[in-house]
Design a protein around this ligand. Structure first.
Ligand code: AFP
Length: 336
């Protein structure tokens, strides 16, 4: 049986009118950049890529060398192809303008170049998260620099979202709005090959993911819910739950897409101006699109994440995503 590569899958999507040709090219270029990042990550100490740069990003987080390398790889791969009107990255203060010498296209690419980068030095999974939006017409006609406003679209407007996970295997997980596909990198062929045809998240689960060390800062609904999870069979939920926390959203979400579960990064009382740690545009929106397309649910405790109207590029948000039964429960605790 012939293997379905990412390229073949995308060509078939174009033929069935689900994916315009320029979007197909864009996804292929992102996938190629992810292969390059995967290669850089896998070199580790041999490539001199471990450790920090001694700089901070716009979030005030110390930048790892691989954060910066991965950002550069994505920018260089995508700036010249003529498919993009602009890019935005978790690692850059402002939107990236397509240099004047290159043609511009109709899409916007938003990415977290290396999610979970604190895992790099300890050889644990990391990943790249990306999201594609259409550039609104009024910004396409402008000859001067692209206004950041162009990016501030709710997650429901995403035309594609995906992530690459650099773990024991490198995989690319993708949605074009008609289900979720998983491709595994065949290093001998140099191609992503379709290995997970229709990824679905089970509705029920007995596994949750949260950084318990923050528990003293949580709001009452989260404390109540986690106490109930920990109470196990004897508690109100009547079953024993298991816990996992990789500290890379890509890896935690990948596990949930594989065998179900609930991921939580709640807002807490430390910095009231920042509702949570995770970034709406770079992490929460693309992951929520994927999770919903796999039959799961994603909220900020109050509303569907994909419905949130962003107000700034680096906006943060609380995140509850995964198996429907548990996300619905913790969301109801916030609302009730
Ligand atoms: P970094 O990319 O800065 O390492 O952060 C990763 C992340 O945004 C997300 O991928 C994890 O789920 C979360 O942070 C881990 O946060 P803790 O440091 O609280 O474990």
């Amino acid at each position: 049986m012939s293997r379905v590569t990412l390229s073949r899958y995308l060509i078939e999507q174009t033929r069935s009118n689900n994916t315009p040709a320029d979007l197909r090219f864009l996804i292929e270029v992102v996938a190629r950049a992810c292969k390059e990042i995967s290669h850089a990550v896998s070199k580790g100490a041999l490539g001199g890529v471990l450790g920090s740069m001694g700089t901070e990003n716009v979030q005030g987080e110390v930048q790892k060398k691989l954060d910066v390398i991965s950002n550069e790889i994505l920018l260089e791969a995508n700036e010249w192809g003529g498919h993009l009107a602009g890019m935005a990255s978790e690692e850059m203060d402002n939107a990236y303008q397509i240099p004047g010498k290159y043609p511009k296209g109709a899409y916007l690419l938003v990415f977290d170049p290396l999610d979970g980068s604190s895992n790099i030095d300890v050889n644990v999974s990391v990943g790249t998260i990306f999201s594609v939006l259409r550039c609104p017409d009024q910004y396409l006609s402008q000859n001067d620099s692209l206004d950041e406003q162009a990016f501030l679209q709710p997650g429901t407007k995403q035309v594609c979202a995906g992530y690459a996970i650099y773990g024991p295997q490198t995989m690319l997980v993708l949605t074009l709005g008609n289900g979720v596909k998983g491709f595994t990198l065949d290093r001998e062929l140099g191609s992503f090959v379709l290995t997970h045809d229709d990824i679905r998240i089970p509705e029920t689960t007995a596994e949750f993911a949260i950084n318990m060390s923050n528990s003293r800062h949580w709001e009452p609904p989260v404390s109540r819910y986690v106490e109930e999870l920990l109470a196990g069979k004897e508690g109100p939920l009547g079953k024993d739950y298991n816990m996992r926390w990789v500290a890379a959203m890509v890896a935690d979400v990948h596990r949930i897409l594989t065998r179900g579960g609930l991921f939580m990064y709640p807002r807490d009382s430390r910095e009231p101006s920042k509702p949570g740690k995770l970034r709406l545009m770079y992490e929460a929106n693309p992951m929520s699109f994927i999770v919903e397309q796999a039959g799961g649910v994603s909220t900020n405790g109050i509303e569907r994440i994909l419905d949130i109207q962003p107000t700034s590029l680096h906006q943060r948000v609380a995140v509850y995503l995964g198996s429907k039964e548990e996300v619905d429960r913790v969301t109801a605790y916030h609302q009730g």
